[in-house]
Design a protein around this ligand. Sequence first.
Ligand code: ATP
Ligand code: MG
Length: 551
Amino acid sequence: MVPTKTKYKNNFIHQVIKKDFKKNRKMHVKTRFPPDPNGYLHIGHAKSICLNFDIAKIYLGICNLRFDDTNPNKEHSKYMDSIKNDIAWLGFKWNQDIKYTSMYFNIIYYYALELIKKKLAYVDQLTKEEIKQYRGTLTQPGKNSPYRNQTVQENMFLFKQMQLGKIPEGKACLRAKIDMKSSFMVMRDPVLYRIKFKEHHHTKKLWCIYPTYDFSHCISDAIEGITHSLCTLEFQDNKQLYNWILNHISIHHRPTQYEYSRLNIEYSILSKRKLQLLIQQNIVQRWDDPRLLTISGLRRKGYTAQSIRNFCNNIGVTKQNNLIEISALEACIRDELNKTAHRTMAILDPIEVIIYNIPNNFEEKINILNHPNNIKMGTRDITFNNKIYIERSDFQETPNKKYKRLTLGGSVKLKYAYNITARYIKKDKNNNIIKIFCTCNLKNKNNKRKNGIIHWITKTQCVKSRFMIYNNLFNTKNPENKKNLLPYINKNSIIKKYGFVHHSVLNNKQIQTYQFERIGYFYIDSILSKKNILTFNQTVSLKQNKKPSNT
Ligand code: ATP
Ligand code: MG
């Protein structure tokens, strides 16, 4: 469960619930999270999950998990498995058994018959294209379908034919009879049932007609006794229809729909359809690619459930659409890992250093804290001798006042060890430096440093590793607005580096997250590490980048 230490930010939904409690002190708050099982969950869903489950928790109510499985063409059981797994990983527990809209297909069908009998629904035989034309536009009223005035008997017969599979797909649908001139497009005789000859994962071949989202959602909410049905702003107009349906069928419970703004994050996309497209086009391989803001992608990158919950709580719930900076999400994981991550050294782009005035048989063990401010996290031993690796970017041939690291003739302090002085270098044919030859005064460990401090690893304690540095997947601030995403893909969204990590990371298999000192927070990628080389995904940099990382 969500730890109770979380301080929940007040939002307008809380205000609504508090008012409702004033009217009915015995109210039992019931919410639901209703995913379409047609993709993996993303950070936008996390906002909805935190909202619904936290409300149930705060007001001692319950929250259902209901799969909105009304479209057998798109649903897949692998998506249901991943959704269940992600919700549990986020730390939430749904009420009793999982619900499925398909569990209510019989009852929903019964309510469709009720509407037909009340002359409030009819079987339309216009084509999909014609229905679209007849619907009109925002500025033009719609036209009545010629099938609108069929008798109840005719409609009952045709609906039965639909159900029996006697009418081909696309040749008929059930529509509500509301108002083709309504200023709300959704009220212009919305479709309630359509024909789909596709086996359903739950009901198998029992049905070849399926209720639409609008028809099934309000009925499912009412059947489950949901009190507060929370959805995103694009369903604002659908609220009219939500209430119309419930007002015209013989169901007693009345849930109320409330809308809040969708989460959008800079330089990323959250729409499942578009995420799917990125996979189909091989721009990313899988739903859990660490560059995607899917829950599984964030997990693979090293985000924790707590950091995602904190983020969702921090951004709050409002009715204003806005674009959240990616740095707001990064700050949540950085703050957490700063307190919890074990420190170690890694060299992402190594260059060898030979300290030639130290004898070959010299070795010094140095014991250091795994976390500078937390003794409870224990210590580790590192060894210092005459062959070490340092970061290529920590050496520069020519001195420069602003450059506080190692230069030819200059000195720098090795973290936890000694000052070294670079005496000469060796280059290859292409003029690349391949070795730096240094000296070191072993009496001088605690000497005041003249320059900066750099990290290092002794050659004998190096484990070959691959480091994946992730940048934004898109180079435009709001890619959701673009029709064609492809021109906006950042070609440098992954930078791979090959280097070393200190071998102490192999000692404790339980630990997957590290702070590589002076570099950033990294997480072992268990999928890639299995295949060949130990691989780390960068979770987040040590400090916030000033500029968006697109290049
Ligand atoms: P997508 O566009 O990603 O396919 P969706 O709304 O079709 O989203 P659903 O599976 O139907 O996805 O979503 C389940 C719940 O999560 C819904 O209540 C929906 O409103 C909510 N939700 C989806 N995306 C977001 C988002 N970006 N921000 C907040 N809530 C979201
Ligand atoms: Mg949806």
